[in-house]
Ligand binder design. Sequence first.
Ligand code: ZN
Length: 336
Amino acid sequence: MSSRWENALPEINRLKVWLPIRSLAYLNVYLIKENNSSWLIDSGMLSSKSILSLARELRRAGKSLCKIDNIVLTHFHVDHSTMTVLFSETSNPKVFIGKIDLEIAKGKVDEFIDAALSLFLEHGMPKEEAKMIREGHPAIRLLEAYKDLDNVEMVPLDDGDVINIAGTNFKVIWTPGHTPGHIVLWNEESKIMFVGDTVLLEITPHVTIHYWSTDPLGDYMKSLRKIIELRPKIVYPGHRDIIKDPVKRAKELIEHHENRLHEVIEILRRFGPQTGYEIAKKIKWRVRYRGWDEYPYPERFFAMGEALAHLRKLEVEGLIEQRQRGDFKVWAIRRT
Ligand SMILES: [Zn+2]
């Protein structure tokens, strides 16, 4: 799919790049061609399935893996960033990424995952389960690619930086939440935005607990409000379809998390103090599995991380507190 915009906006080619991650299906890579150079927004995942579909999609759009001059990465996640390693071999593009995610992409991805897993253990997850989650995590399986990414020179982007893509200025806007250093690209004149995984249709972007922020979910909800205030007309997301009513979708995502926060409070009211692990198992996730034991390990990483992100937000709001119970931390409604 491609579209040409009024005010001489460049043509945006959406490339559907298949992923070996069933729940996501594919990544949208956006190709923008200039007379003498070409840009990609996000690059894909370094896997055979993705390489083949990316090469085909590029050829369909009149380009090849060997002719990419610039890549902007919206965030460090494995499905968006690791294909950059291949491009650095085939066409040596200039690569841009938000400065906090640059720090993580360059040698700290395993630290990021391991820090989350050690929190999961503190919050009641059995050791064996945490070990299986680590082994099954796509970022851990592609650690070698991240090591290669370490050798790729990347330009750090700051909030407010402006990148000129094919004659059009895009402002870099910091939207932490889905990752600590997630960025979006905003063209004020035409009100279009490349949003990475900040706003998605059908699925809710994952928000996990981490050490880079005291309140990742709070950050995420603020990022959504920032996008709503800009009133974009159309946004180009990392997954699923292009969003024609992004303000409505961003509001739905805020509402989704507000409802989840209420659900967590209700669980604590009903069952009393609980570990994060016990709460993660009680939350009604929108999944087709009948019970926790049916969850594939990567899904358990998402559920546990997301439960803790909600608990942390409620703690920051002063509604709940952590207490020690034996080896584990439990969460409880705050004593007033
Ligand atoms: Zn992502």
